[in-house]
Design a protein around this ligand. Sequence first.
Ligand code: SF4
Length: 409
Amino acid sequence: MDTNGVTFERRPTRQVMVGDLPVGGGAPVTVQSMTTTKTADVEGTLQQIYALAAAGCDIVRCTCNEPEAAEGLAHIVPRSPVPIVADIHHQYRRALEALEAGVHCLRLNPGNIRRPEHIKTVASEARDRGVPIRIGVNGGSLDTALYEKYGGRVTPEAMVESALQEIAYFDEVGFDQIKISVKASSVPLMIEAYRQLSEATDHPLHLGVTEAGPPPAGLVKSTAGIATLLAEGIGDTIRYSLTADPVEEVRAGRQLLEAMGLRERKNVDLIACPGCGRAEVDVYEVANRAMEAFEDRQIPLQVAVMGCVVNGPGEARDADIGIAAGNKRGHLFVKGHNVAVVPEDEMVDALVDWADFIVEHGVDAALERVDSTLAAREAAGDRADLLERQGDDANHTGEIVSLIRSHRN
Ligand code: SF4
């Protein structure tokens, strides 16, 4: 993503290694998700892990809620293409079993593994094996004593105190390979909790809005919380918690990081005009078809879908490749230069073909791929034809302005 030179300064944090993957300490912000299968179902879980990794997931978490899940992890870890985190609630023995299974990280919830000796046993074992732990404080399962201490409410201070208490247990056994999250379903609450936590510690932070719900509300809430913090330089790894296929979580996470210039573009950045009186096609429909065509392809280009050839190539001149409609035809342009004309129903296929070509050979080769004078002439002809048919003022702006002025008299 071209951010026009604007970058977000990141808060310095320590670095932990999740398997071979660095988190914090200036490493690229990573995307996480969680499987929804029974972890004991090894093949089913691995299928989901492969799909998540293919969508760009860097780290996958699997529940380790029963002994069979820990045994499943022993089969899953060696075959997984990405590091695996075991999610532990209530039973510290599952944490020990998950470590035995070779997981690359544990996630513990301080609200439901309460006994200090259990926490220290797990931390000592993780320390000896060089495995990091995420302290996953969750607003919905805050330690009861802290809940009461803060007046029967979940507050940012209570969440931060819960995390710091857990760190203190880890300190006692000399364990510092820690990541921390203070997730809540309330966006303002989680933002403030992370802000306070980032002042209190330099351990890497895992960001998320918990129980965000199904899209689009879940996407909006997650983005509001995660993006706000990332723009302040806070956050080293992220997860969208959506009530949806976890692959959707990964796509959203990657798109956010790419949009904010925090990760290299891996997938298409599809831009489209909103359509107006000049539009020669249903821009919404063509953009959706293009989105579907590019969905599973790793094409790191900006692709434009524009409603008319009058303004489209100019308005989207920075796009690597784009298409604009005119006279039942699609005008393909590369970096604002017309390169080809195709029938309207072949617009999306042509877009994909040219995008593939650019990925393989580069923009300059694409501009030399054909004699573009013909395409430019055809585009100029269709542009002139549209202007003649629609006039200079296809959106009737002049009439509207006159109407506005008439109200003043
Ligand atoms: S002028 Fe053309 S490119 Fe611009 S919004 Fe209207 S249809 Fe889209």
